[in-house]
Write a protein that binds this ligand. Sequence first.
Ligand code: FAD
Length: 396
Amino acid sequence: MVDAIIIGAGACGLMCAVQAGFLGKQVILLEKNDKAGAKILISGGGRCNYTNLFSSPANFISQNEHFSKSTFSQWTVEDSISFFEAYGIYGQEKTLGQLFPENNKAKDIVDVFTSLCDDLGQTIRLQADVKSVQRKEDGSFAVMYEHQGKSKTLEAPAVVIASGGLPVQKMGATDFGLRIAKEFGLKIVPTAPALVPLTVTGKDAEWFASLSGNSIFCRVSNERISFEENILFTHWGLSGPAILQISSYWRPGEWVELDLLPGRNILELIEQERQQNGKRSLLTLLAQLYTRKIADALAKYLPVDKNLASLSKADLQAVEQQIHYFRVKPAGDKGYDRAEVMRGGVDTSELSSKTLEAKKVPGLYFGGECVDVTGWLGGYNFQWAWASGFVIAQRI
Ligand SMILES: Cc1cc2nc3c(=O)[nH]c(=O)nc-3n(C[C@H](O)[C@H](O)[C@H](O)COP(=O)(O)OP(=O)(O)OC[C@H]3O[C@@H](n4cnc5c(N)ncnc54)[C@H](O)[C@@H]3O)c2cc1C
């Protein structure tokens, strides 16, 4: 009999298994894929943005914004950095605190865990599709799984649900964590795709599609928050880091506002240019600020052919409106197959913030993406997965 059965050999489950091993506990990881850490391998474009130097609880969305504080005080960003450094992975900051392995290989991150599991005698059973978790009369658990066409059962005093969220089914994503939580009578915060591209349909669709492949550095806002990063026009709407970020805060039917020139004032720029050369067209100025394609496309909204000196008050108002307060009402999002994470999940009020154990079901733990703690884009979600795996390992 092992000390715990961990369901899911992803970021949270692998960290949990290794940390439990350091404490002399024996676990078995059950993973339905034929390899461990499938999502780690594809993360950050195969480079794995494994943490963020500026990670704090404020970068996470949850119905209880205080819930993650205890976990993050037990396993910090420095802990993630020094853990990987101990196994030869040094971080390189790309942008906005995002840390990637120096050699850009996500595989090295997975290798750290699989070789540590080997060294510590922790079993990773692949192609083990867990079907059910049942509590026995003595308080221990029976976990039933299918392996190579056969049904098998394992028993342990503790079970860790580290089976991730709904995004990217072909990577092994399932609703398993949510289903088990419901079966044990735990509440679920409604889930939705997050860090996901947004679609634009209707009369504006063609305009967005015509700019496909062009990007602009923007401030993207709604009533709750704003982000300054690139947006990317696509055939079906908008993507790019700033859009992925705001998507986690966006609700269907809401507008998103784009400041296409953050930190600068288009009217002041026009005034300066006017004084130097009032004969220049608005198009020439816009083509200096953006790609020519974008400047041409703005003709739909602005009198781009007029020269700067002849812009009327109404023209200037229109320029200010379109450049600093460009509004778009997305039709929807690209769904779980294009999302990086899931928003919502197991309601944190059901879990101890110190141990991540279900309050109603002693011995049952939830960590990683299946819990209602969703990070921003930029290494935050792995930080949560490592931290929650560590915290659970201390208790099982
Ligand atoms: C394309 C993409 C890129 C990303 N890039 C980054 C990034 O660079 N930085 C970052 O911080 N985050 C990134 N993320 C998010 C990050 O991958 C997740 O937040 C993180 O993997 C969650 O860890 P987890 O352990 O909870 O779940 P996962 O890593 O998803 O692991 C869960 C595991 O459970 C297994 N499983 C599910 N159901 C069962 C079952 N019934 N039986 C057995 N096994 C089961 C799954 O096969 C899976 O291997 C990215 C996500 C995607 C989709």
